[in-house]
Design a protein around this ligand. Structure first.
Ligand code: PLP
Length: 621
């Protein structure tokens, strides 16, 4: 099982059990044994909850919230920092009620707050009773209604900060203030010029879409001062982009943010909070390197770097240490969800036994079969070349009508039997040729019960890598290699980059599918961004979502079940009225009865088949 590198990326949460299954460990009870993930699926299956599903582990979320808050507290104590830490969770990273409710619950003791990037997100934030000192930070473009709601919410005890993104927004705030006569809590978003590396480098630097340059910043300060509101400007915000790979980029950006903070303070702006945005990454590959899907720091190191950099800059400028705010989203939720799906069938690119040559076979079919006679380790490359040559020639002959369908089918079978022997030779001994690399293109296709577009949109859109492993049979050597294809009718709906122990590979080692058992795959660390970025390609809807907690005794509690979308629900998203569709179908059934093509007694079966489909899951059942 070490081929999958679970030890490398599993973060001590995911491991392989002695029984060869993927096991989940409870970070809050580190002594307890890992609980089998396929075991959880078997149990859920008995309760009628089937894959594909998102499985959320409540204690993983609790653990991450504690981890970040306690790491900041430890760094603050170590550096003798005079301010405190008040994190906020950016709702956009996972807006699901089950997640937000739990984040608010687990965050109470840390005065953990929420970040809202839009009016709907503010509405969600305001429906939660946060701790007294917790913040709601409002980013994004805001109209008068948004600003009014944010200001009024202060009256019921929320510390709602309106972060000004532009001088125009400052004008709107001043207008709303003049109408309401209630002072707002304000922030300013500055655009840092330091650019970070990684997938999100365009979120940072001069050309980033958000935040104000120095000129706009000065204009806003002057406007607020003129309007008599400068005393409300308490927070300075900046955001680097997501998944920052290199901790030194964090340090540089924090240093630059501190320059703005100390300069604004010198100008007489009474700032108290320094908000450094999101960006703390997740080590998806477990490489511990500054690469696109990994990071070169731990949570502890990130926190220490932030605290030390701010302490140093503030002391230099003789400015009081501010309250530190970060808006980490990905690092808080990514690990707590996994996607689980079953493999439906496989298309194999080799076959054990080819047919024997027959007297009236086309001579090229005989030539192809003859390769079997001289296939050896020494002549591997030659045999590979010959097999491909004869098959391509036969395909050309078939297209022109010189070889018939049955002959072509025999040729393909012979070719696949050669591939089986070639694969076995390559697997048994080291080869000096490029046949090894060529064989990657002949990986099997495992057809899986999920939609890439709905459940893993970043894998499709930005080549995000997530660890993917079979959940069972890990005590047996995988005997095949495969790419994974989803059930959308789209050739883009496939996964062909996998994290393995020795690097990224275009195919995944897998087992021959068991005859009478499910074969499950797990995709890990999908808690951030994937759920709401997903779309309805081919009308595959939300999967089932199950929230569980792992108990110290090795069992689990089912905390919540959200059934996935039904077909009628996804129809409604695209403006079809399911009852209109039933009526239209019924009309055609009745017409068929009156014209005699359908018997009246079959009406009931036909109507219930249509109705059952409409009320069912969008995935393969
Ligand atoms: N804050 C702001 C303003 C953002 O735009 C984002 C997302 O990019 C975040 C916080 C969350 O970032 P991350 O998930 O990388 O922590």
């Amino acid at each position: 099982h070490s081929v999958y590198g679970v030890e490398k990326w599993g973060k001590g949460l995911i491991e392989v059990t002695e029984g060869g299954e993927i096991g989940l460990r409870n970070p809050l009870a580190p002594e307890a044994p890992a609980i089998s993930l396929p075991g959880i699926l078997r149990d859920l299956d008995q309760r009628g909850i089937r894959a594909p599903m998102i499985l959320r582990i409540s204690s993983y979320l609790e653990n991450e919230i504690a981890h970040i808050n306690e790491s900041f507290a430890a760094a603050i104590a170590r550096a003798d920092y005079k301010g405190c830490y008040r994190g906020v969770f950016p709702i956009k990273v996972n807006q699901q009620a089950q997640v937000i409710d739990r984040i608010v619950e687990f965050g109470q003791k840390y005065d953990y707050g929420l970040e809202a990037g839009s009016k709907p997100e503010l509405v969600i934030a305001l429906a939660h009773r946060l701790a007294k000192e917790a913040l709601i930070v409002c980013n994004g473009v805001k109209d008068a209604e948004f600003i009014q709601l944010a200001i009024l919410s202060r009256k019921i005890g929320f510390n709602t900060v309106i972060v000004l993104e532009s001088p125009k927004e400052a004008d709107t705030v001043i207008e709303v203030y003049n109408e309401l006569g209630i002072e707002p809590l304000l922030g300013v978003r500055v655009k840092l010029t330091n650019q970070i590396s990684g997938k999100w480098e365009e979120s940072s630097g001069d050309r980033s879409a958000f935040g104000m340059n120095t000129d706009q910043l000065v204009a806003v300060v002057d406007k607020l001062r003129d309007a008599g509101l400068i005393q409300c400007l308490k927070l300075q915000h900046s955001h680097l982009g997501s998944q920052v790979p290199d901790v030194n980029d964090v340090r540089r950006a924090v240093g630059e943010a501190c320059r703005y903070y100390t300069e604004l303070t010198r100008e007489g702006v009474p700032l108290t909070h320094l908000d450094l945005g999101g960006g703390m990454g997740v080590d998806y590959t477990g490489e511990k390197k500054a690469t696109e899907n990994s990071i070169n720091y731990t949570v502890e190191e990130y926190c220490a770097n932030v605290v030390e950099t701010v302490a140093y800059a503030m002391d230099e400028a003789e400015v009081e240490h501010p309250t530190l705010v970060t808006e980490s989203g990905r690092a808080v939720v990514a690990t707590s969800s996994m996607l689980v799906f079953n493999v439906l069938e496989s298309t194999l690119y080799d076959a054990p036994n080819g047919p024997e040559v027959e007297p009236d076979d086309h001579h090229m079919v005989a030539d192809l079969a003859a390769v079997h006679g001289y296939l050896s380790h020494e002549r591997l490359q030659e045999c590979w070349n010959d097999a491909n040559f004869y098959r391509n020639e036969l395909r050309a002959l078939f297209r022109r009508g010189y070889v018939d369908l049955r002959q072509m089918a025999r040729a393909e079978r012979i070719y696949l039997s050669l591939m089986a022997r070639i694969k076995a030779l390559v697997a048994s001994e080291h080869v000096e040729t490029d046949v090894d690399d060529q064989l990657e293109k002949l990986a099997d296709i495992y057809h899986c019960n999920f939609s890439l577009f709905q459940s893993l949109p970043d894998v499709w859109a930005i080549d995000q890598l997530h660890p993917i492993v079979p959940l069972q049979m890990l005590d047996q050597t995988p005997d095949r290699r495969a790419v994974l294809s989803d059930i959308t009718c789209d050739s883009d709906g496939k996964i062909d980059r996998f994290i393995l122990a020795d690097g990224v590979s275009p195919s995944l080692p897998v087992h021959t599918l068991p005859e009478d058992d499910d074969y499950y795959m797990g995709v890990f660390f999908v808690g951030a961004y994937q759920e709401t970025l997903g779309d309805l390609h081919n009308l595959f809807g939300d999967t089932n979502v199950v929230t569980i907690d792992i108990k110290p005794d090795g069992g689990f509690d089912l905390l919540h079940e959200q059934e996935g979308d039904t077909i009628s629900e996804v129809m409604a998203y695209v403006e079809f009225d399911p009852s209109d569709c039933v009526a239209a179908f019924r009309k055609m059934v009745d017409e068929a009865i009156s014209t005699g093509t359908l018997k009246a007694k079959d009406r009931k079966t036909l109507m219930s088949a249509y109705r059952d489909s409409i009320n069912g899951y969008t995935y393969y059942e």
